[in-house]
Write a protein that binds this ligand. Structure first.
Ligand code: ATP
Ligand code: MG
Length: 303
């Protein structure tokens, strides 16, 4: 697998506090990677290290297969980013604001109109930014981040503070950037609902630790892996399962099985039937992704 971003034991310490603890982040090419974690989890700190804005205490960052510590300038030329609310000259127009940034990159003039079109701000290109809504400002920020034609976009909570329609606009824009231009995107958020609707892969960070990293489908599967069994003589049935080495929990007359394959579940059912138990019900607990996320992060903070 080709990774656009790959960190190795990436760590940041502030005094005694471990803000980011040994992260091995892997972002495959072309993916929208949702970097998810509650407030204070270490998302912005990680992103700052990925952008070379902050030195890691230890560990390494590779972007496009190159070592960020050694080829920083070369790498940053191909990254677009939006960290915190970008600042603009309010009395200048959208076009003029982009022009100031274009000069720094040395991007061609035509690129300004291109990026304004991509983010849907062509119609207001000649309007002063001071009259822009927050959503328009965020789109302008994304336009600015696209000026250098990046292969990788890194966006720290780009929908923070936006209303629902603003959020949908940004989401559609990012999906379009990934689909039409093949740009790999890292987007951070503290809201799973948001990541769920845009990301193709997910990394969950809690208290500086990466506690989950996989495709969004795997996260959905993970959240549905609990099977509930209702049988007669349930407590005795549970003891039988335990004695045969099955990892089962028991609560309120219900036996529950976690993280088992279909074959494992069939085996458990067979064992119970062969021992004379009546199985009234075998059902999958419908846990929402949100519950899974909450459980993951609360389990992690219990450590
Ligand atoms: N410059 C700094 N000096 C000291 N501590 C810091 C600094 N930056 C961040 N921290 C601490 O590191 C931890 C992680 O903060 P960070 O801003 O990376 O979290 P976050 O996931 O981005 O949170 P949020 O969702 O609130 O933006 C926090 O406990 C924070 O107080
Ligand atoms: Mg942050």
């Amino acid at each position: 697998m080709e990774y656009i971003v790959e960190t190795n034991r990436l760590t940041k310490r502030f005094g005694k506090e471990l803000a980011v603890n040994g992260l091995d982040i892997k972002i495959p090419k072309g993916e929208i990677y949702g970097f998810l974690g509650p407030n204070g989890a270490g998302k912005t700190t990680t992103i700052r290290m990925l952008l070379g804005l902050m030195h890691p205490t230890s560990g390494t960052v590779k972007v496009f297969g190159k070592d960020l510590a050694k080829e920083r300038i070369e790498i940053l030329k191909q990254i677009g980013s939006l960290v915190e609310n970008p600042s603009y000259y309010p009395h200048l127009t959208a076009y003029e604001n982009l022009e100031t940034i274009r000069k720094i990159y040395g991007a061609p003039m035509e690129r300004i109109n291109d990026v304004l079109t991509i983010v849907g701000l062509s119609d207001v290109a000649k309007k002063k930014v001071k009259g822009f809504s927050l959503g328009m400002k965020q789109r302008l920020g994304i336009a600015a981040s696209l000026l250098n034609n990046p292969q990788l976009l890194i966006l720290d909570e780009p929908t923070n503070g936006l209303d629902p329609s603003g959020i949908i606009e940004i989401r559609n824009l990012l999906k379009q950037l990934a689909a039409e231009y093949g740009i790999t995107i890292l987007i951070s958020s503290h809201l799973l609902s948001e990541i769920d609707q845009i990301a193709t892969s997910v990394g969950v960070i809690s208290k500086g630790n990466l506690i989950f990293q996989d495709s969004i489908e795997s996260m959905r599967l993970y959240s549905m892996r609990k099977i509930l069994l209702k049988v007669n003589n349930s407590e005795r049935a549970w003891h039988l399962l335990i004695s045969r080495g099955v990892k089962a929990d028991y609560e309120k007359e219900i036996i529950s099985l976690s993280n088992m394959s279909d074959d494992d579940i069939a085996e458990v059912v067979r064992l119970l039937v062969e021992n004379g138990y009546s199985i009234y019900r075998v059902e999958e607990e419908k846990r929402s992704l949100e519950d899974t996320f909450l459980q993951m992060t609360s389990e992690a903070s219990g450590i």
